[in-house]
Design a protein around this ligand. Structure first.
Ligand code: MSP
Length: 661
């Protein structure tokens, strides 16, 4: 058992928070819940960064005092975290007395030991970022971070001797590869900031008053980043109340957005060095959630409100989307379509359906009682091994902070178990009266779901309990240690299952958002986006363009219209029959370097195994479609004549991704 202290940035209460802020906090929450689940002594801190010129100006615009202004917004932030079931242990506000007095004590100490000194500041300031810039750092006279206008300041200020500690910091960064993650951000810090040399940092302001007064010179207020960064230790009681501080410092993880890595890996460690305190183990700079048109911002009026999403789709759906869809460490594009696809595919179709099938079959074939297993066969062992892999891989991914990878590992177990049911065919065993084998299969299904629910508890906060209940299990899955409990065979045979509501009702994309977004050409798709180019219908020889819709004349299309179709060569990686149908095959194809799923109506004409490895031609930019609940991301071409069907294939091998014109 270890300890785990994790923090989010403290948010500016200048506006309501949006889905991007929720993203950071939900990841931190999942990590905190994970560490609690494995028995670590865990502390999770979040809060609000309430001082500074930006907030003062926003309050003036709103005709309120700064305190009145922030109080209102902070209330909204706290209730957002309650809605998202964020499990923070503390919430620090920088206007709280406990923080103010500790910042003053820290400032005093740094001044007394000579690390803070008084001088004149002349230079540039970006108020939205609350950042000082040197002339040479500006880009075309604007803030290099947000490209907004900067102001020229000339004021008496206190300075912090960053330069004195620069070499020590560089050495620390170089000898502790885990300190700044991902590694690209570490290189950026070294090359862009540390190597060119650090200037001393201005740490007080005199031209506005909304800040913590410098204790020995009250016309100055403490620079808002010095005030804000110290929250990670003042919340633990530093310097006057050592109990929590000794227990949890240094932080194991500061989770921050990529634009504020610099403050956390240069200014913050130097403050800590000057205070003679150990440095945090890791600062992880995650990417941004952006919209297709670019960054989310209040001024563009394009922010996504998490409250609206939770209302519309439910808490676990939103949490799952945020945790699963965003690529590890990089920017991700937010799209409501992608959210709906995740709900329908992963949550409703894979997980929800697995629970429904399992509980229904136990009711139908075993009177609702989970039977004891008999001898396991190879087929069962595949599920058992996958369950062990899910536990192991979840740990490995979380240790790398790849939450999406951890979820993918758990969902591989879900997928495997669904396939297992298709192969083990409990309905046939029941028909044949093979009670012994049936018992093993039903037990395997239930046990796999029990392990899944346990592994999901840090990420989804309502669903594991619901699975537990339908499986008839007692207690709270979040209270069980997976190392002990996610081990195969702990499902008590004889348990009575209880069928309940579907876990995730399927969302009708048309009704929810008016259909999927415009498709992007296959080769240009963002890696993190779900494949959007899809198939309207899979059946073989459908003409791709309706002739009578062609404006070029009856039955004719223009070359430009034809060019809108993205026809490509794809390679079939795998093929299988869609259960309970004769016509449909599910194909996994490789196209433009990515894998896609196709559902094609060629099952009466082709054996799945005869297709594997072949090159076929597909329409790569059709809107996605759902066929028998399966996502189809493209349409293959085939020629039909009477009862005959022939696949359209390249005359010689040309390689997947090749364009067909
Ligand atoms: N107050 C400072 C942090 C001080 S920490 C000692 C601040 N606040 S903020 O409200 O502007 O941003 C807080 C966090 O939200 C940052 O980590 C930022 O990257 C994150 N996000 C803001 N918009 C975001 C997205 N669109 N996507 C992902 N994260 C985003 O900076």
């Amino acid at each position: 058992m270890g300890k785990f202290y994790v923090t989010t940035p403290i948010y500016y209460p200048s506006d309501k928070l949006h889905i991007g802020h929720a993203y950071t906090t939900v990841i931190a929450d999942a990590l905190a819940r994970y560490h609690r689940q494995i028995g670590d002594d865990t502390y999770f801190l979040t809060g609000t960064d309430e001082h500074g010129q930006k907030i003062q100006r926003r309050a003036e615009e709103a005709g309120k005092s700064p305190q009145e202004f922030v109080d209102g917004i902070v209330e909204g932030i706290k209730s957002l975290w309650q809605l998202l079931k964020i499990s923070n242990d503390d919430f620090i506000r920088t206007t709280e007395e406990r923080h103010v007095k500790r910042v003053q004590a820290i400032f005093n100490r740094l001044y007394e030991q000579g690390d803070i000194y008084k001088s004149e500041y002349e230079g540039w300031y970006c108020t939205p970022c609350e950042t000082f810039w040197l002339e040479r750092q500006l880009v075309e006279g604007r803030c290099p971070d947000c490209q907004r206008e900067v102001e020229l300041l000339h004021e008496e200020s206190y300075f912090f001797r960053l330069s004195k500690y620069a070499d020590r910091l560089l050495e620390h960064i170089e000898t502790h590869p885990e300190f700044i993650q991902p590694v690209s951000r570490k290189n950026e810090m070294i090359n862009n900031f540390l190597r060119p040399g650090l200037e001393d940092l201005c740490v007080s302001r005199t031209t506005f008053s909304w800040g913590i007064p410098v204790p020995f010179d009250s016309k100055h207020v403490v620079y808002v980043w010095l005030d804000a960064l110290t929250n990670y230790i003042t919340a633990l009681g530093y310097p006057d109340d050592p109990e929590l501080f000794q227990r949890y410092w240094p932080a194991d993880l500061h989770l921050v957005g990529k634009e504020i890595v610099r403050f956390h890996t240069i200014i913050w460690p130097i403050i800590l060095m000057a205070l003679d305190l150990p440095l945090p183990r890791q600062v992880f700079g995650h990417g941004w959630l952006v919209l297709e048109g670019g960054k989310m911002s209040k001024s563009k009026g394009n922010v996504i409100d998490p409250v609206v999403l939770v209302d519309k789709y439910g808490l676990d759906a939103v949490r799952y989307y945020l945790l699963r869809e965003m690529p590890f460490g990089a920017d991700g594009v937010y799209s409501e379509d992608a959210l709906i696809l995740r709900i329908n595919n992963d949550l409703a179709n894979d997980l929800g359906n697995l629970l429904h099938r399992t509980v229904s079959m136990i009711e139908k074939f075993a009177g609702g009682t989970v039977p004891a297993p008999n001898t396991y066969e190879d087929l069962d062992r595949e599920v058992i091994d996958q369950a062990a892999a899910a536990l192991r891989e979840r740990k490995e991914y979380i240790e790398k902070l790849d939450v999406s990878g951890a979820l993918a590992a758990i969902f591989r177990l879900v997928e495997k178990t669904n396939k297992y049911i298709d192969s083990a065919a409990p309905w046939a065993l029941n028909r044949e009266g093979n009670r012994e084998r049936l018992a093993t299969v039903l037990y395997t299904m239930a046990e796999s779901l029990r392990v899944t629910a346990l592994l999901l508890t840090p990420f989804l906060v309502e669903t594991p309990g619901k699975i537990w209940e339908q499986l008839g299990l007692e207690g709270d899955p979040a209270a069980l240690n997976p190392e002990m409990e996610a081990v195969w065979g702990r499902f008590p045979a004889g348990t009575q299952v209880k069928k309940g509501d579907p876990l995730f009702p399927r969302i009708d994309m048309e009704k929810a958002v008016g259909g999927p977004e415009e498709p992007t050409p296959a080769g240009k798709k963002e890696k993190n986006q779900p494949a959007e180019a899809g198939a309207k219908a899979p059946a073989g020889a459908k003409p791709p363009v309706k002739p009578d819709a062609a404006p070029g004349g009856a039955g004719l299309v223009t070359i430009e219209e034809f060019a809108r179709l993205d026809l490509r060569v794809a390679r079939v990686l795998a093929a299988e029959r869609v259960p309970d149908t004769d016509k449909l095959l599910k194909l996994t194809i490789k196209l433009g370097g990515e894998e896609r799923q196709l559902v094609a109506g060629i099952g009466e004409h082709y054996e799945p195994s005869s297709l594997v490895g072949r090159e076929i031609v597909v329409v790569a930019n059709l809107k996605p479609a759902k066929i028998r609940g399966l996502l189809s991301q493209g349409m293959l071409l085939a020629a039909a004549s009477g009862d005959e069907l022939a696949l359209v294939v390249p005359e010689k091998s040309i390689g997947e991704g090749a364009r067909v014109r």
